[in-house]
Design a protein around this ligand. Structure first.
Ligand SMILES: Cc1cc2nc3c(=O)[nH]c(=O)nc-3n(C[C@H](O)[C@H](O)[C@H](O)COP(=O)(O)O)c2cc1C
Ligand SMILES: [Mn+2]
Length: 484
């Protein structure tokens, strides 16, 4: 059964020994960050701070901060044979092979249809726990919003699910975009230019219209994770969450605008973004481990706050990896491999190492079938959704385990002749890339570390990597097994 509330998920974490309650009085200004950061770096549990200065609400941190907690958040352990998120990756692969698509347009269409037609569609219900308290005179100051790092421009809401609708198509989107709290009723709206929330906003701006927007916090963690997933624009995160939790999400109408939000949310912030309005947002200690620089972003105006009677405020702190968001990103790496395989069947595995903060490094293994195949794979990845941001791609042959960076470094450096095997190109870069010469364009490096073929102009003999014969291995297994 999927979680009915964030509180129920917390109960599960506690029962599984994955939660620590912190009853000591603590400040949401820097102190919760430092406490959580130390726990993250020590691969520790989720944290429930029950006595936070300046607010009546408890704060949940690090709830997604390990692959085990990701599996618990997505309810994998409740499935037959399910232990980790690979179980969901297998379900997605099975779903996608049920109706093998042919052309690439077909492939994207099929992907969307498969999720939308599944039996996990959302349902609109009359009311729900997120309406237990309705406040038309809201004050963000009542929430325990964290000021995360010393140079941050203010407090930031860090785990928001931002619900918007395209003004013409009515297509819904849910994205996680942090919110810089300016005062009781206004925040920044930090959707990067490449994200779907920003695209919806451009459509409202083109019409000169105010954009309704709702932000949900808490509720079933599957919905929170879905808001971070880099889904194709046409795929609604609410359907994806329904697929993940194996039950459609219950939605309720907002009080002040025509948007639907999860009925089980802990808090819902309803409001709007005006066309043309901009305000300084940031700086903010970001998941790159550096501060993202202050810049001008649209502004969210809060009109109404609805909530549970006993809500829990969920938050995260990002910073130098490993941090909680790394495990959300790792889950995406696992769940999206079967989706990447729709366009790239030759892709065997992919590893986005934590140190590469998701968009800086991809290690990929392929079944190489023709000369310069590795280069095709690089360019395909640079052309696929948010993979376009990847600064460095290393391609190895299928027998290399990309989950072992030590093996990748050894094999790659052994196999390359740098001038021959390195490809440079350029393309849009993640807004958080502070090193790029231009704020939205950077160069990209692709390293072809596959074995070189005569058909690629390589005329020398290529040696095998060293490996002992199986019979000798067995003999020595026996000797060592007998303690000799
Ligand atoms: C904790 C966390 C914070 C994030 N903050 C932002 C943000 O402020 N702005 C942004 O554009 N993306 C942010 N992201 C990444 C987006 O949520 C992600 O790219 C998502 O796929 C966007 O959804 P969309 O494709 O529907 O736009 C964040 C992700 C996480 C996990
Ligand atoms: Mn989306």
């Amino acid at each position: 059964m999927p979680y009915k509330s964030l509180r129920e998920f917390i109960g599960k974490l506690e029962a599984e020994g994955e939660l620590k309650r912190v009853e000591a009085r603590i400040s949401p200004r820097l102190e919760i960050t430092e406490y959580t950061d130390r726990v993250c770096k020590a691969a520790g549990p989720a944290l429930l701070f029950t006595n936070v200065e300046g607010s009546d609400f408890p704060v949940l941190m690090n709830a997604f901060g390990s692959m085990r907690r990701m599996a618990l958040a997505l309810g994998v352990d409740a499935r037959p044979g399910g232990r980790d998120v690979e179980e969901i990756a297998r379900e997605i692969a099975a779903l996608l092979t049920k109706q093998p698509p042919t052309t690439l347009t077909d492939k994207v269409k099929t992907l969307v249809e498969l999720f939308h037609l599944s039996s996990y569609a959302p349902r609109t219900v009359k009311t729900g726990p997120c309406k237990e308290v309705i406040d038309h005179e809201p004050d963000l100051g009542t929430l325990p919003v964290l000021t995360c790092w010393p140079q941050d421009g203010g407090p930031f809401i860090t785990l928001p699910m931002v619900f918007t609708k395209h003004p013409e198509t009515g297509q819904r989107n849910v994205g996680m975009y942090r919110m810089h709290v300016y005062d009781a009723r206004t925040t920044g709206m930090h959707w990067h230019v490449h994200k779907v929330g920003a695209a919806h906003y451009r459509a409202y701006e083109a019409r000169g219209e105010r954009m309704p927007l709702a932000v949900a916090l808490g509720g079933d963690p599957a919905m929170t994770y879905a808001a971070t997933a880099p889904l194709p624009e046409a795929l609604d995160e609410v359907f994806f969450a329904g697929f993940l939790r194996k039950k459609g999400v219950d939605l309720v109408k907002c009080e002040t605008c025509d948007l639907d939000v999860p009925a089980d949310a802990d808090f819902v912030l309803e409001g709007y973004v005006e066309p043309s309005e901009r305000r300084r947002e940031g700086p903010f200690g970001d998941h790159t481990g550096y501060y993202s620089l202050a810049d001008d972003y649209p502004v969210f105006h809060l009109q109404c706050l609805t909530r549970r009677a006993d809500p829990i405020y969920p938050a995260t702190v990002v910073g130098r990896p490993p941090m909680e968001d790394c495990f959300m990103a790792k889950t995406t790496e696992r769940l999206f491999l079967p989706m990447l395989n729709v366009a790239l069947p030759e892709l065997v595995d992919i590893n986005l190492p934590l140190e590469g903060v998701f968009h800086n490094l991809a290690l990929v293994s392929i079944r190489k079938q023709y000369p310069f195949h590795a280069r095709k794979v690089m360019h395909a990845l640079w052309g696929l959704g948010q993979m376009m941001f990847t600064k460095a791609i290393v391609v190895v042959d299928e027998e290399v385990n990309v989950q072992d960076p030590s093996e990748v470094v050894w094999r790659s450096l052994s196999n390359i002749d740098p001038r021959r095997d390195i490809t440079f190109t350029e393309g849009p870069t993640d807004v958080l890339d502070h090193a790029a010469q231009h704020p939205t364009l950077s160069s990209k490096i692709g390293i072809d570390a596959t074995k070189k073929w005569p058909a690629e102009g390589f005329s020398r003999e290529w040696p095998d990597p060293i490996e002992m014969t199986p019979d000798v291995k067995r003999r020595i297994d026996e000797l060592l097994g007998e303690g000799k």
